[in-house]
Design a protein around this ligand. Structure first.
Ligand SMILES: NC(=O)C1=CN([C@@H]2O[C@H](COP(=O)(O)OP(=O)(O)OC[C@H]3O[C@@H](n4cnc5c(N)ncnc54)[C@H](OP(=O)(O)O)[C@@H]3O)[C@@H](O)[C@H]2O)C=CC1
Ligand SMILES: N[C@@H](CC=O)C(=O)O
Ligand code: NA
Length: 406
């Protein structure tokens, strides 16, 4: 094998069968360095808004290998949309401008066939690990995580489905990961790139006692109400459906915006966080058990994304009434989530706040704000705030999970 060795910056021909590497400290150090330079193989499923941005961030990533050179420790080995898959066990020759055309010309591939190819790579020695990145919002892809993890393939995803649906699926994900040692990382499922999942895990793992987690968990709702129900506005203002349209165009909504407006997206995030917190109270069995306020008019509940967006203006006057009622009392409307460990309740709700409340004055754009009330952060909660939706910040969260594998 001919390999460039980072720290020595020279080329070595290794015939490891003839060398007693383990007894020679210099060679041992060189061998470790070579191992570190093997790539991590990345298989990407879902190349929409977040997926495309993730590919760009991944292709432009590099680490220093010597004082004068850099290398990318990741190799993309597959790209899949719902109808096409590009796969090469040695790594795809793609650039940020070429991958889309190449993918559209590729044939379809059953995800299970892809997993069995990845499994061969995970058990071989060409790579320093294999990662499946799911950038879809698909339930069927999410249901494959136990199989993927059991093949010693790591899973990284912003897709909330697997971690917020039935506890049976969640438990099999945890079991598969424990058995094989493959990791699952899902920072972007809550607060996009904001360190929400990692912060909560750090609090729990270091022995703090979480009492309450509350805040604004939806970038879409945050943007909608920051624009639709402004503290300084006493009359007029944008139409609700227009603001929803803008939130969609900015990439904040779920592929089907009703998933945001029913409150399901917030309920899913609350479920994901609840499952990380040890609690004597029973956990929600899934997001459907979270007490949730929906803003979707009943007749639109079954419509697809296009029909939903085109019919939403029919209900603008209802939302005008909601805004007027809040204004009359000097209030604004916000959509919040609370996990109350002491009361044993998990709730996603629309709430009216006085117009000088921090949720009215300190949030803008798609900002999330998440407050952790714990034993250690007794009187003043630990607060995480910033953009909670959008392709760039979500892909950054996925990328930051990938870096945790290095
Ligand atoms: N947008 C945001 O701000 C945030 C998004 N997320 C999560 O990120 C994920 C992606 O969101 P986003 O990029 O906005 O959504 P998009 O709709 O833009 O992208 C999703 C992509 O998934 C693809 N897809 C669906 N099913 C499959 C399948 N079975 N196999 C392969 N590809 C499939 C679709 O491709 P095709 O067109 O071929 O069907 C689509 O392009 C979602 O789970 C979302 O909840 C999380 C945090 C923030
Ligand atoms: N649709 C979601 C995207 C991030 O999870 C949101 O609006 O927060
Ligand atoms: Na996050």
């Amino acid at each position: 094998m001919l390999t460039r060795i980072g720290i020595f910056n020279l080329k070595l021909t290794i015939t490891s069968t003839t060398l007693n590497i383990s007894s020679n400290p210099i060679l041992r150090r060189r061998t470790i360095s070579i191992m570190a330079q093997r790539s991590i193989a990345v298989a990407i499923t879902g190349v929409g808004l977040v997926g495309s941005e993730f590919i760009n961030q991944l292709l432009s990533f590099s680490l220093p290998s010597t004082p004068n050179s850099r290398y990318n420790p990741f190799k993309i080995i597959s790209l899949s949309s719902s109808g096409h898959t590009l796969f090469s066990p040695n790594g795809l020759e793609v650039t940020s401008t070429s991958w889309k055309d190449s993918l559209t010309q590729a044939p379809p591939k059953d995800p299970k066939d892809l997993i069995s190819e990845l499994s061969k790579l995970a058990s071989g020695s060409s790579y320093n690990g294999v990662v499946f990145v799911d950038n879809t919002s698909s339930d069927s892809i999410a249901s494959l995580y136990p199989l993927i993890l059991s093949q010693n393939i790591h899973v990284i995803t912003p897709n909330k489905k697997a971690f917020s649906s039935t506890s049976t699926l969640y438990e099999s994900i945890k079991a598969a990961s424990l058995t094989s040692g493959a990791k699952y990382l899902n920072e972007s499922t809550v607060g996009a790139g904001l360190p929400v999942v990692a912060t909560l895990k750090d609090l729990v793992n270091t022995g703090d006692k979480v009492k309450k987690v509350e805040g604004v968990f939806s970038g879409t709702f945050s943007y909608i109400f920051n624009e639709f129900s402004k503290p300084g506005e006493t009359e007029g203002g944008e139409k609700f459906s227009e603001v929803v349209k803008k939130a969609k165009a900015l990439g904040y909504t779920e592929p089907h915006p009703a998933d945001d407006l029913t409150g399901s997206d917030v309920a899913r995030k609350l479920t994901i966080l609840s499952r990380i917190i040890p609690s004597s109270q029973p956990l929600p069995e899934g997001y459907l058990s979270v007490s949730t306020t929906s803003l979707v008019p009943d007749p639109l509940l079954k419509s697809d994304a296009n029909e939903f967006m085109s019919r939403l203006p029919e209900y603008d006057s209802k939302f005008d009434e909601l805004r007027d009622e809040a204004r009359k009392n000097g209030e604004v409307v916000r959509y919040v989530g609370v996990i109350d460990l002491e009361k044993g309740s998990v709730k996603a709700d629309m709430v009216k706040y006085p117009k000088d409340h921090p949720f009215a004055t300190s949030l803008g754009g798609s900002d999330n704000i998440i407050m952790f009330h714990t034993e250690r952060y007794g009187k003043r909660p630990l607060i995480v705030q910033g953009a909670g939706a959008g392709a760039a910040v979500t892909a950054m969260g996925v990328m930051s999970d990938l870096l945790k594998l290095l």
